[in-house]
Write a protein that binds this ligand. Structure first.
Ligand code: GAL
Length: 418
C-alpha cells in the first residue's frame, strides 16, 4: 500500500516536471537568423526586448555568414530531421518554397488583426504570402544600390558623389594614386552578386533590370546592355585590393570606416556597421546611390517565416509575428539596422539622412512601379536560376573572361536552370 503510494506520488511528480518543461518551452520562441555582425546583432536586440515584453523568451539560433547561405543549409537539415525552429529569417522565394511544402504556419489571423494588407507595400507582401495566405512577416526593407564612402578621403581628394560610371572610374584612379584602396570588397559569391544588382540597373535602368533579372528574358540577358553591366564589373574588379578573396562584408565595411579604403558597394546593412562604430552620415561617411541608379530602388526585404512546430507553440509564434510588425519595433530596429520599415505608417523622425533618402526613394519607386527585387538576395528570380547566375558572375569577376563570353554563358545558364 505504502509502496504503491510512493509510486503514485513519484509518477505525479514526474508528470508535473514534464508539464512544467513543456510550459517553459512554449514560453520561448526559437529564432534562426544570420545577423551576427555588430550592427545586425544590435538591431536584433530591439526585437528580442519586445518579445520579452510579450511574455516570451528568445531562444537565439544564429548561423554566421552574410547573405544567409550557411543558415539556409542548416535550416534544410533541421527541416529534414523534423525539428524546425519556430521562426527563420528568409529572403524572397524561400518563403513560397517552404509554404508549398506545407511546412509553414499560416499567419492570416494575425495579419488581419494587424491590418498588414494595407500597411505593407505590395512588392514586399509578394514575398510574405503564398496562394493568398500569409506565411511570413517582413521586418525591414533594405536596398542594394548604394555606395558607402569615407568622407575624409573624399574631402581630401575633393571628390563629389560620382554621377556616372565613368566618373566613378576616374575617382577610383585618383583614390588609388593617393594611396588608398578605391573599393573595399569581400570576394564571396553573394557579395559579387550584390554589386551585379547595381551594375545591371546602371547599365539598363529598371525596365531592363526587370526584363533580365525578373522575367529572365533571353533577349535582355543576351543583350549589349548586359555586356555593359559586365564591363562595369570588370572595371570594379580593378578597384579592389589583392586580399579581397573570402573577406566578410563587415570587414570590408571596416576598411572604409578606418580609412583604408574609400568606398564599398553594399546594401544598407553596411550603415548599421558605421552606426555601431559611432560614425555619422554627412560627417564621417557618405551614402550615395551607385552611379546611374539615382532614384532606383533594388529592394531586399528580410522576413521571418513561422514553422509548424506543434500546436503548443502557435501562441508564441503568433506573438513573435506581432512583435516583428510592432510599429515601435519597426522604427527602432530599422534605425539601427540601416534599413527602413516594412510598414508604411512609420514616420521618418529618428532616421538619419540616408534613411530618409531611402524612404523617399522607395515611395517614389512604389508610385512609378519601379521597385524591383534584388537578384543577389533572392527577390528577383527563383533559387535555381539565382544559383546559376551567381556562378556566372563570380566566375567572370575572378577570371579574365570577356564580357561578350560572360553574356553568352549567362543566357545558357539561365535557360538550363528553368
Ligand atoms: C542579407 C540580409 C541583410 C544583411 C545581409 C548581410 O541577406 O538581407 O539584412 O544582414 O544579408 O548579412
Amino acid at each position: 500500500m505504502f509502496k504503491k503510494r510512493i509510486v503514485v506520488i513519484a509518477a505525479a511528480l514526474l508528470a508535473c516536471q514534464a508539464l512544467s518543461a513543456v510550459a517553459a518551452d512554449t514560453k520561448q520562441v526559437e529564432v534562426m537568423h544570420w545577423w551576427t555582425s555588430g550592427g545586425e546583432a544590435k538591431a536584433l536586440s530591439v526585437l528580442k526586448d519586445q518579445l520579452k515584453q510579450e511574455g516570451y523568451a528568445w531562444k537565439d539560433s544564429p548561423i554566421a555568414g552574410g547573405g544567409g547561405e550557411a543558415a539556409r543549409t542548416v535550416l534544410r537539415a533541421r527541416v529534414a530531421s523534423n525539428n524546425p525552429p519556430d521562426a527563420m529569417q528568409m529572403l524572397g522565394f524561400s518563403v513560397q518554397d517552404y509554404a508549398q511544402q506545407g511546412l509553414l504556419l499560416n499567419l492570416d489571423n494575425v495579419a488581419a488583426k494587424g491590418g498588414w494588407a494595407t500597411l505593407i507595400p505590395a512588392p514586399i507582401q509578394r514575398f510574405s504570402k503564398d496562394d493568398g495566405h500569409w506565411y511570413a512577416v517582413p521586418i525591414d526593407v533594405h536596398s542594394t544600390n548604394w555606395i558607402w564612402a569615407n568622407k575624409k578621403i573624399f574631402d581630401e581628394l575633393k571628390l563629389t558623389p560620382p554621377q556616372t560610371f565613368d566618373e566613378l572610374v576616374a575617382d577610383a584612379d585618383k583614390i588609388r594614386k593617393a594611396g588608398y584602396i578605391p573599393l573595399a570588397h569581400g570576394g564571396q559569391p553573394w557579395q559579387e552578386a550584390t554589386i551585379f544588382d547595381s551594375a545591371v540597373m546602371s547599365a539598363g535602368g529598371p525596365k531592363f533590370y526587370t526584363d533580365a533579372m525578373v522575367n529572365l528574358d533571353p533577349k535582355a540577358l543576351g543583350s549589349k546592355t548586359m555586356e555593359k553591366a559586365f564591363d562595369q564589373m570588370r572595371a570594379l574588379r580593378g578597384m579592389v585590393d589583392p586580399n579581397f578573396s573570402g573577406r566578410d562584408w563587415n570587414l570590408a565595411t571596416s576598411m572604409v570606416i578606418n580609412g583604408k579604403a574609400a568606398m564599398q558597394i553594399m546594401g544598407d546593412w553596411a550603415k548599421g556597421e558605421f552606426a555601431n562604430a559611432g560614425k555619422k552620415p554627412g560627417v564621417d561617411y557618405l551614402c550615395m546611390r551607385y552611379p546611374g541608379t539615382q532614384g532606383d530602388f533594388i529592394f531586399v526585404t528580410d522576413q521571418f517565416a513561422t514553422f509548424k512546430a506543434g500546436d503548443d507553440r502557435q501562441a508564441g509564434e503568433y506573438a513573435f509575428a506581432q512583435a516583428v510588425m510592432d510599429k515601435n519595433v519597426q522604427a527602432k530596429f530599422n534605425q539601427v539596422k540601416g534599413s527602413i520599415p516594412a510598414r508604411l505608417d512609420v514616420p521618418s523622425d529618428g532616421f538619419d539622412e540616408c534613411g530618409v533618402k531611402s524612404m523617399s526613394d522607395m515611395r517614389a519607386a512604389l508610385k512609378s512601379g519601379t521597385m524591383v527585387g534584388s537578384f543577389a538576395h533572392g527577390q528577383a528570380m527563383p533559387e535555381a536560376s539565382k544559383t546559376a547566375v551567381y556562378d556566372v558572375v563570380t566566375h567572370f569577376f575572378n577570371s579574365n573572361q570577356s564580357s561578350a563570353d560572360a553574356v553568352k554563358q549567362l543566357v545558357t545558364a539561365v535557360e538550363n536552370s528553368k
